[in-house]
Every structure is written in structure tokens, then in C-alpha cells.
Write a protein that binds this ligand. Structure first.
Ligand code: BES
Ligand code: ZN
Length: 629
């Protein structure tokens, strides 16, 4: 993820008092207001959406009607929606009464503000619209870009602020609504949404969806393609291309067990079913926690269940994030920090502590790297962010994930696991289907767990964790015994032992990752060849391992594996893998040239989200790779 520099995250006392007052009054002060929506939820807000859309692959557009039930709280004369490169054809009120509307861009990347004239008694607003072929939330894939290469595919990615590019909506994590949808697709394709889903294809190409639980716009999701459904357990299953579905069912075989773990700790699963859909490899993320149906990259299907912590993560969002939701993008850690904490609790329960310690240490080392890059004084390393209008896509870093999870670990260690689990269970219950700001969480924590215990308050040091930059002094040590054994082998190899003599027996993906991430950057050509010959790294079918290996391939100009690198970069669109590899290639003139050649072929396969990041790394412009000398 990108890193941005912001002005300040310190909050002065006067502001704090104001915040406390507004908390008591339960109103939005400036601090909690979402700066990434044009909507004014305290005046007129949506409560339900009836969507009737048609998906047209030949024109790469979605068009139809978004009909909203609204609550005109202040009996005002206008309601405001977010849109981005949408074509608004007509707007009516009630059953079909004409009204005036206007839409125009105001702030960069936020899209166009849609203002609709309403009446004090208006309850229904109907927006007829179509999307642009360039809609940032949509990726239209040709058959060639799918696994089976027979049918096209479409999927949406709405988080953080992209939903507005495929539905006119009040696009804020603090605005929730229920929805029903009718989606018409080409007859040979099937559709799923973040809602009740079909299990089989029908002949008409018309699918009906219902979402009874209120969700914010960033959790709106749609995927259309040729996929099949297979159950995993009673209330779980997977959608995937026919040729992949068996492998997916095996890979996610522990899903029911994972659900049982979270339910026992944090209360009932409130979304009825939990399914996954395995998307084509261009999906820019590892996973996206769309309610009832997580969208996942195929790169986690390793054949040995070794990358399923991602499933534990997305599943955990059904509590942290989807149930209790960050009030604004400045409170992103309320989603992600809690989720990483929950994810590790699931992993610990199923795989044990020594396994989970490996995950913790990998995460911690990523965090250290991020802090090193951004500088530990950088306000972007506060949990509570002050994004100040920066595009959230560039500013949501792994601080929220790892520093957030560590903060919760500190509290857990201070009060004990039993008490902390009880606290979290009540928290999810009490604030279910509501939004949560950092300040509100702190308040709740003080009231219900710290309860005036000065010693405890001092030991936790909330202020340092939430409102100050860097890592607080009481940050717990993160250690992994299993990685210490790997360190010994790395040391042996550096001292001249043959790769074949290293004790790699029983290593999981994570031990291999640690090994690869801590090898010396510079290696002789004999050495890199020896590693490859001994461990067959260039042929690894594990995406994490091969991506870590390619860093050495690039850095040591091990050109015999460049074809495989190229293949990987062309087929995979997951930004987490692409960014470090392109960055590594951009370091030397020769490699950068290779990178640009590969990118020219690969770019059409990438989602705009990934392409945007790589464009910046390579200094790419639309005209081609002209920007190098
Ligand atoms: N909600 C995030 C994905 C996301 C974050 C999308 C911010 C857009 C903006 C999801 O839960 C996530 O964190 N995915 C991670 C994997 C996870 C195991 C850390 C990813 O995609 O890499
Ligand atoms: Zn997440």
C-alpha cells in the first residue's frame, strides 16, 4: 500500500473537549464527519436501495435504475449523492414525479456531487443512470483474461470510495442501507452480490438479490461470470471457475472450523451464509470482505492450505468492519487492526501459537519496514489518521493493520485474555450495524474496561497508540521460535554451507518466506543458481514464495528466471506482489527497461487500482514507455 505524508495527528485539548461533548450529544463534529462524501447524512439520508440494472459486456457499461428510500430528516429541499463518471439520465421522486438535479465535480478523485431537489415529504428518489467504461470500481475482463478463457468476467471493488463509480450512492462508511437488486446479465453467465446469492445459473440471465442487513456503500459488490458453486459446509461454500472449484473447496476446508472459533469468542455470525468467490488473477487485492461473500484472489490457492490466514482475515471482518464499521477512513484501523487481531486468534486456535507467531513476526517486520520508509515521526503512523483530503487509496497503510492489532494485543495482555474476549464480544454486540470512531472506541474502552484504574490506564497508554506516531514504548516483543531455527540455517548458508545441507525439513510456507526475506541481497551467480537448483524456487507454485524469490532474481540479475518473472507479472494483478517487484526492477537501468517491456504487455490485465500504483513506480504515461532515457 502507498504511503502519504500528512500535516499533524496530534489533537489539542480544546479539540478533545469538543469531541467529548459531541460524543455525549451523539452528533457529528467536524472530526467525525466523513470528508470523502458529498452527502449530508444529518439532513437527508438513504435507508434502502432497490437496484435494477443490466450488465452490458459489449459496451462495458452497467445501466438501469437505483431507487432509494430516503429519510428526509430535516425536511430539507435537496438530497446529495456521490457519483463518479456516471451518466445520470433522469431523476424522479415518488412513483414518477419529475424533479430537477445537477451534478458537477468539486474535488479531485471524489467524483461529481449529485444534487437532487426533493420535497419535505419525499420518501423515494429514483435515479436512472449508466456507468462509464472507465468506471474505476469495475474491471471488465475478456475471456482471454479468465482461467477458462471462454467467457468474459466483471467484478466490482468498492472499498474505499469507488462504489460511486458504479452506483449513484451516499458513499460513506457511516451511512448504512439495506438493498434489493435485480441484475440482468448475458444468458450464459451468472451473477453474485454481497447479498443472498443464487447457487445455480438460470436460463434467463436475470438474478434477484436481497440484503436485509444494513451495509455501507463500500460493501456493495457484484461479480458476473461463468462460475459454479460448491458447498463447503452447512452455511459455507465457494464460487469459482469449474476447473478450480475442487481445489478451492479443499483449500478452504477449514472454514466451518474458523467460523466456530470466532462465534465462540465474539458471538453469532449475523450474515446467514458465508461464501467465497475466487476471482480471476487480476483482482488487485488478496481479499475483500464483501458481506456474505468474500472476494478472493486465486493466488491463495496454494494446494496445501498454507495461505488461508487470508480467509480467517476476511471472515473476521464479518464482526470487525462489516458489523462495527470505521466511522470514517481516518478510523480505518477500527476495521483492519481489529480484523488482524481476530485473524490471529483464529489461526492460533486452529494452528497453534508457534505457527501464529510466524504470522505475527512477518506482519511486524512489514510494519517496521513501513515505519522506516515513512519515518516514525510521520503522523501517517498514528492509528487515528488525518487524511485531510488525500486520496484514501494512497493513504491506507499497514499501520492500521499491524499497529492496530498490536494495540489490541497490549490491552489483552494487560487485562488478560478472558476479560478482553468478554469485552470484545460485548463491543460487537452493542455496536452491531453501527459505525465507530477511534475516539468513541477509546471512550468505550475507558468506561467499560479500564474503569478509572490509573495503573492500567498508564500501562496501556492509549494516547501513544491511537494519537501518536511511531511505535509506543510498551510495544510487546514479537518473536518466533520457528523463525529462529530458520535464522540458524541462513547463518549456515552465509558461512558457506551447501544449500543441500540446510535443515529445511518440515518448513511451511512461512519458514520459506522468512528464509527468502532474510537472505543477503547480493549473491554470487553461483550462489543464486545453487539455491534455485536445490530448492526449485523458480518453479514454486506458491505465490508468496515465488514473489519473495523474484526479488532476489531481479536484484541479482538472474536472467534465466526472467521468463517466469514475466509470466507471473502478466498473469497476476495483486498489487501486494506487483509493487515490490516493479520497484525492485526500477532500481537499475537495464531492469527498468525490462520492466517497462513487461508492463506494456501486463498493464491491460491489471485493474485500474494496481495500474495506478505501477504507473507511478515506473513513471509510465499512457503514450507508452517514453519516460525513461
Ligand atoms: N478490506 C481490505 C482490502 C482493502 C483495504 C481494499 C483498503 C481497499 C482499501 C481486506 O480485508 C484486506 O485487508 N485484504 C488484504 C489481505 C489481508 C489478509 C491483510 C489484502 O488484500 O492484501
Ligand atoms: Zn482487512
Amino acid at each position: 500500500m502507498g504511503i502519504a505524508i500528512f500535516s499533524s495527528c496530534e489533537i489539542n485539548n480544546e479539540e478533545k473537549q469538543l469531541d467529548e461533548m459531541s460524543l455525549m450529544l451523539n452528533v457529528d463534529s467536524g472530526r467525525y464527519a466523513d470528508e470523502y462524501t458529498y452527502a449530508q447524512k444529518e439532513k437527508a439520508v438513504i435507508t434502502h436501495l432497490d437496484l435494477d440494472i443490466k450488465v452490458d459486456f459489449s459496451n462495458k457499461t452497467i445501466s438501469g435504475l437505483a431507487s432509494f428510500t430516503i429519510n428526509n430528516k430535516t425536511r430539507t429541499d435537496k438530497i446529495i449523492f456521490d457519483t463518479k463518471s456516471l451518466n445520470i439520465e433522469n431523476v424522479t421522486l415518488g412513483t414518477d414525479e419529475k424533479t430537477k438535479f445537477s451534478y458537477k465535480g468539486e474535488k479531485e478523485f471524489m467524483g461529481e456531487k449529485l444534487e437532487i431537489e426533493i420535497k419535505p415529504e419525499t420518501e423515494k428518489v429514483n435515479i436512472y443512470y449508466s456507468t462509464s467504461p472507465k468506471a474505476i470500481a469495475l474491471q471488465w475482463l475478456s475471456p482471454q483474461q479468465t482461467v477458462e478463457k471462454e467467457h468474459p468476467f466483471l467484478y466490482t471493488q468498492s472499498e474505499p470510495t469507488l462504489a460511486r463509480s458504479w452506483i449513484p450512492i451516499q458513499d460513506s462508511p457511516g451511512i448504512r442501507f439495506t438493498y434489493n437488486a435485480k441484475v440482468t446479465v448475458p444468458k450464459d453467465l451468472m451473477a453474485v452480490m454481497s447479498a443472498t446469492n443464487p447457487k445455480t445459473k438460470n436460463d434467463q440471465g436475470v438474478y434477484h438479490f436481497e440484503m436485509k442487513q444494513p451495509v455501507p456503500a463500500y460493501l456493495m459488490a457484484l461479480a458476473v461470470g461463468d462460475f459454479v458453486f460448491k458447498p463447503i459446509g452447512e452455511r459455507t461454500g465457494v464460487y469459482a471457475a469449474k476447473s478450480m472449484v475442487e481445489a478451492a473447496v479443499y483449500e478452504f476446508g477449514e472454514l466451518e472450523q474458523m467460523m466456530a472459533v470466532v462465534e465462540k469468542l465474539y458471538g453469532a455470525y449475523r450474515w446467514d451464509r458465508y461464501d467465497l468467490i475466487v476471482l480471476p488473477p487480476s483482482f488487485p487485492f488478496g481479499g475483500m470482505e464483501n458481506p456474505k461473500i468474500t472476494f478472493a484472489t486465486p493466488t491463495i490457492i496454494a494446494g496445501d492450505r498454507s495461505l488461508v490466514s487470508l480467509v480467517a482475515h476476511e471472515l473476521s471482518h464479518s464482526w470487525s468492519g462489516n458489523l462495527v464499521t470505521s466511522a470514517t477512513w481516518n478510523d480505518f484501523w477500527i476495521n483492519e487492526g481489529f480484523t488482524v487481531y481476530l485473524e490471529r486468534r483464529i489461526m492460533e486456535e486452529i494452528y497453534g501459537k508457534s505457527y501464529t507467531d510466524m504470522l505475527r513476526l512477518i506482519g511486524f517486520q512489514d510494519l517496521e519496514q513501513t515505519l522506516l520508509l515513512m519515518g516514525k515521526e510521520n503522523p501517517a503512523s498514528c492509528l487515528k489518521l488525518q487524511l485531510n483530503g488525500v486520496d484514501p487509496d494512497h493513504a491506507l497503510t499497514d499501520i492500521a493493520y499491524e499497529k492496530g492489532a498490536l494495540f489490541l494485543q497490549v490491552i489483552e495482555e494487560e487485562v488478560g485474555r478472558v476479560a478482553f474476549d468478554k469485552f470484545l464480544k460485548t463491543y460487537f454486540d452493542k455496536f452491531a450495524f453501527q459505525s465507530m470512531s477511534s475516539e468513541q472506541f477509546v471512550e468505550y474502552l475507558k468506561e467499560t474496561l479500564i474503569k478509572g484504574d490509573k495503573e492500567l490506564e498508564k500501562n496501556i497508554d492509549i494516547d501513544a497508540w491511537v494519537f501518536q506516531s511511531g511505535l509506543p514504548q510498551n510495544c510487546p516483543p514479537v518473536r518466533s521460535e520457528r523463525f529462529e531455527l530458520v535464522d540458524v540455517e541462513i547463518e549456515n548458508w552465509i558461512r558457506g554451507a551447501d544449500a543441500a545441507t540446510l535443515n529445511t525439513k518440515g518448513w511451511t510456507t512461512h519458514e520459506w518466506l522468512h528464509f527468502l526475506r532474510h537472505l543477503p541481497r547480493e549473491m554470487s551467480s553461483d550462489h543464486i543458481k545453487e539455491l534455485d537448483a536445490t530448492f526449485d524456487l523458480s518453479n514454486s507454485t506458491n505465490s508468496e514464495i515465488i514473489a519473495a524469490w523474484f526479488i532476489h532474481v531481479i536484484n541479482n540479475n538472474y536472467t534465466q528466471s526472467y521468463d517466469k518473472l514475466e509470466q507471473f507479472l502478466i498473469s497476476v494483478g495483486r498489487r501486494k506482489f506487483l509493487s515490490p517487484l516493479y520497484k525492485e526492477m526500477a532500481r537499475t537501468k537495464a531492469n527498468k527497461l525490462t520492466a517497462l517491456k513487461i508492463y506494456k504487455k501486463a498493464r491491460p490485465n491489471y485493474h485500474t487500482i494496481s495500474a495506478g500504483t505501477i504507473d507511478a513506480i515506473l513513471g509510465w504515461n499512457e503514450a507508452g514507455y517514453l519516460s525513461h532515457d
